[in-house]
Design a protein around this ligand. Structure first.
Ligand SMILES: Cc1ncc(COP(=O)(O)O)c(C=O)c1O
Length: 320
């Protein structure tokens, strides 16, 4: 793999070289309004010489749900996309933590607001994304003056690219105001999510998070952590509406998502959370999530899809 970009992309059914995956400049503009995408991670394990895609099936199921919701034809099956992603990771020699982004877009018809055609195109791109799990990263957050989009306006439960303008406005505001991250409330004034991540808090030892009708993405990391908390750590879990001030008085708050993984929040609106460091529940979940995703802990094998890099390395001449 080259330093700046991967060798190949997958585009509409075949692998193409990076340089050849181009479209005309006039495609800029309306073309991404109707697009949906996925963000998936593969974790590298140096011991086994293998990378593992985390919850690949669940991500692809959500991609197809997103496509159906915005009325894009689902030409490719989960099996097709699984094979495409694994082949791409092998051919791009992804021997490091990697982000995998499939993007489905409207392929034909007028590129205007009213243009309507179900025909879809789909590409998949990979890029290095080192994990920050267990690195001690911690963020300061602000409750945004922007509200999260709602189901009756633009459904936040799917990964519609247009949804991300809302989070971008909040993230820009937070950064200009000297914070690392924003937390958005929903239209009812309850905690929704952060741009690119769900929010969890700990109160009296219970893990609490907004339920999936609170204007949040149906997050796969959120689901994984709730299961691990209940089933492996024996914690009590509450999925419910969360007041803004519960964030301020929580013992622990953290963000979670594919890109954010588990990111502790040390301060919100100048209220220190706990002792300002990652708390014990956050740290226990972080360790478990890291070890399971990277294939160090053998539990939840169904969450890890091996890429096949170890097998390929064992075959002389393969991958050259
Ligand atoms: C708005 C938003 N919320 C939450 C998440 C977390 O979702 P997941 O755990 O499926 O990555 C993401 C994506 O990472 C997101 O973009």
């Amino acid at each position: 793999m080259s330093e700046t970009h991967p060798r190949y992309l997958w585009w509409n059914g075949r692998q193409v070289r990076w340089e050849e995956a181009t479209v005309h400049v006039t495609e800029l503009g309306w073309s991404t309004v109707g697009a949906v995408f996925e963000g998936i991670r593969a974790y590298w394990n140096a011991e086994t010489g293998e990378a593992y895609v985390f919850r690949l099936r669940e991500h692809l199921e959500r991609l197809l749900r997103s496509m159906r919701l915005v009325r894009l034809a689902t030409t490719w099956s989960i099996g097709d996309l699984t094979s495409a992603i694994l082949q791409l990771l092998r051919d791009n020699e992804c021997r490091e933590d990697t982000y995998i982004q499939p993007v489905a877009y409207r392929a034909a018809g007028p590129k205007t607001l009213s243009g309507f055609s179900e025909e879809s195109g789909l590409y998949i791109v990979t890029r290095p994304m080192p994990s920050h799990l267990l690195t001690g990263r911690i963020v300061r957050a602000k409750v945004s003056s922007w509200r999260r989009i709602s189901d009756e306006v633009m459904p936040p439960r799917v990964k519609n690219i247009s949804n991300y303008r809302n989070g971008q406005l909040a993230a820009m505001e937070a950064q200009l105001d000297g914070y690392d991250q924003a937390i958005l409330l929903n239209q009812q004034g309850k905690v929704a999510e952060a741009p690119g991540a769900c929010v969890m808090l700990v109160r009296n030892g219970k893990l609490i998070t907004p339920d999936i009708t609170q204007s949040i993405l149906e997050s796969i990391t959120r689901d994984a952590l709730l299961r691990l908390a209940r089933e492996e750590l024996g914690l009590q879990v509450e999925e419910r509406a969360v007041d803004r001030t519960e964030l301020y008085v929580a013992e622990e708050v953290f963000l979670c998502g594919t890109a954010y993984e588990i990111t502790p929040v040390g301060e919100i609106d100048h209220y220190q959370i706990g002792d300002g460091q990652a708390g014990p529940v956050t740290r226990a979940l972080e360790r478990l999530y890291h070890d399971i995703a990277r294939g160090i802990d053998p539990r939840r094998p169904e969450w890890r899809t091996p890429v096949g890099l170890a097998e390929r390395a064992a075959v002389p001449g393969a991958g050259s």
